[in-house]
Design a protein around this ligand. Structure first.
Ligand code: ADP
Length: 501
């Protein structure tokens, strides 16, 4: 458990990196904050201070926006060919891959996730995302359009569209997949030719800062990517409201997403949002139940439930309810909690004391409303921010634990009788990010998939991500899509050019 800290020590380069007095990246230079202030980040496995980082605020954001504007308009960046831009992004992917172990260790230390997961998921997926986006640089095309203007008879036109970068982009990212979220944001922005101010989450800025070093090493011109760590209410809010920013892209809570929209209204900057979820996982009795139990467990417990698409409402067809509850509870009990660096750890701590309190608060609310924990239901240990993987039954669709995003390893299991009853209940949420369905009846699977109001539906699998597959939300889960070619729409403006010939 959390108290038995038999951990593998980090690599020397990682220890040295973490111990630095971290600065911010503005216009290609590592600088202190204008105020001189720093803020601490904590090791979630111990609660101890991990690193000290320059604390960005309005003035730093101003400087970063100025640098990004200058790089967008005057620097070598707008003069690069599409192929050159693509090659820089590919180079960045190579450099991340060369430093895979270091990034995995930074993620594990800063976020708390198991090192072995960061090695096989977070870092390789970030590499893959950059490579996928690098390929797009040379393929962002417009159209030629045959137009038929009724009021200019006899005149011929050559009409075409260009896809141009939006300009200076502010990107605000969360702490659950720090490097990967930076990749999801930077990859498409850069391939389309924008310049960026990235604000990492205050809980987990370290991998973004290391990424900043590799961005310089890859050869991106100064000011193309600026990285300003700091708190959300200060640096984040200043970035979202800044009149010199053309677009803001945000991943985080729906609550903060709404603040971003309000802040963006001042200059009507473009906004894309990837927000919360309360995703249904649906197990039909005719599914391969052993597989469904395994995958529905992973749908909620992967990354300690700290996924916006976590399958947190598990609907099980009544005939299979007891078996699935038992199976998911047994799976939960077997999950080995511990510090991310302990090789046997399968689930680390939550990211912060705030998250620990929030998740425990939800558990108390669930119990007060009559929910029962088949397993878990409490924090674990007396050191760090650990919560036991929890399976709640005796729940109903009106309870707070069923309606609100908990963002922790807590699943509510709810029985249903048939598809007609299931679909409106599964859709009875303000969110619409993802859903999972397990059944052997492929016709039923696609019928249900068509009726679920969610940006992603996984059938007989869950949490399958690919740089080529768009991801994002219906309803209050967001605006726009990440990844796939769809994301490029968010980072380009369309210009229609019409020539009389
Ligand atoms: P969580 O609740 O999961 O911590 P948040 O939505 O609060 O997620 O945070 C996601 C990101 O949004 C972080 O980088 C955080 O600093 C930033 N943020 C928080 N509040 C604001 C705000 N008012 N304006 C802009 N960014 C914010």
């Amino acid at each position: 458990m959390a108290t038995a800290l038999k951990v593998v020590p980090p690599e020397e380069s990682v220890t040295k990196f973490v111990a630095r007095k971290h600065k911010m990246l503005i216009n290609g230079k590592w600088v202190d904050s204008a105020s001189g202030k720093r803020f601490p980040t904590y090791n979630p496995a111990t609660g101890e201070v991990l690193a000290e980082v320059a604390e960005g605020d309005r003035e730093d954001i101003d400087r970063a926006v100025e640098a990004a504007r200058n790089a967008f308009e005057n620097g070598p960046w707008p003069r690069l060919t599409a192929s050159e831009r693509g090659r820089l992004i590919w180079k960045l992917a190579d450099l991340i891959e060369e430093n895979l172990e270091e990034f995995a260790e930074l993620e594990s230390l800063d976020n708390g996730k198991p090192l072995k997961i960061a090695r096989v998921a977070d870092v390789p997926m970030a590499v893959d995302l950059f490579r996928y986006m690098a390929g797009w640089a040379t393929k962002i095309e417009g159209n030629t359009i045959p137009i038929s203007v009724p009021y200019t008879p006899g005149v011929k036109y050559l009409a075409y569209t260009l896809r141009e970068p939006v300009g200076v982009v502010g990107q605000i990212i969360p702490w659950n997949f720090p490097l990967l979220m930076a990749a999801w944001k930077l990859g498409p922005a850069l391939t389309a030719g924008n310049t960026v101010i990235l604000k990492p989450a205050e809980q987990t800025p370290l991998s973004a800062l290391r990424l900043g070093e590799l961005i310089a090493e890859a050869g991106f011109p100064d000011g193309v990517v600026n990285i300003v760590p700091g708190y959300g209410e200060t640096a984040g809010a200043a970035l979202a409201a800044h009149p010199g920013v053309d677009k803001v892209a945000f991943t985080g809570s729906t609550e903060v997403g709404k603040l971003i929209v309000q802040a963006a209204a001042g200059n009507l900057k473009k906004v894309s949002l990837e927000l919360g979820g309360k995703s249904p996982s649906v197990v039909f009795a005719d599914s391969d139940l052993d597989t469904a139990i395994k995958e529905a467990s992973s749908a909620i417990f992967f990354n300690h439930g700290q996924c916006c698409c976590a399958g947190s409402r598990l609907f099980v067809e009544s005939k299979a309810f007891d078996k699935v509850v038992d199976g998911v509870a047994k799976t939960a009990e077997k999950i080995k909690l511990g510090p991310g660096f302990e090789p046997s750890t399968e689930m680390g701590p939550l990211v912060s004391k705030e998250q620990l309190d929030r998740v425990c608060g939800y558990l108390e609310s669930g119990f007060a409303e009559g929910a029962k924990a088949v397993t878990g239901g409490t924090k674990a240990g007396d050191r760090g921010y650990f919560v036991k993987p929890t399976v709640l039954v005796n729940t109903n669709d009106r309870m707070k634990v069923v309606r609100e995003e908990i963002f922790g390893p807590v699943v509510t299991v709810l029985p249903f009788n048939d598809t007609a009853e299931l679909v409106p209940r599964a859709n009875n949420t303000e969110y619409g990010l993802a859903a999972g369905i397990w059944t052997k009846d492929i016709r039923k699977a696609h019928q249900v998939a068509a009726q679920l109001r969610a940006g992603t539906v996984w059938i007989n699998c869950y949490n399958i991500f690919d740089a080529a597959l768009p991801f994002g939300g219906y309803k209050q889960s967001g605006w726009g899509r990440e990844m796939g070619h769809e994301v490029l729409e968010q980072y380009t403006e369309v210009k229609a050019v019409c020539t009389a010939i």
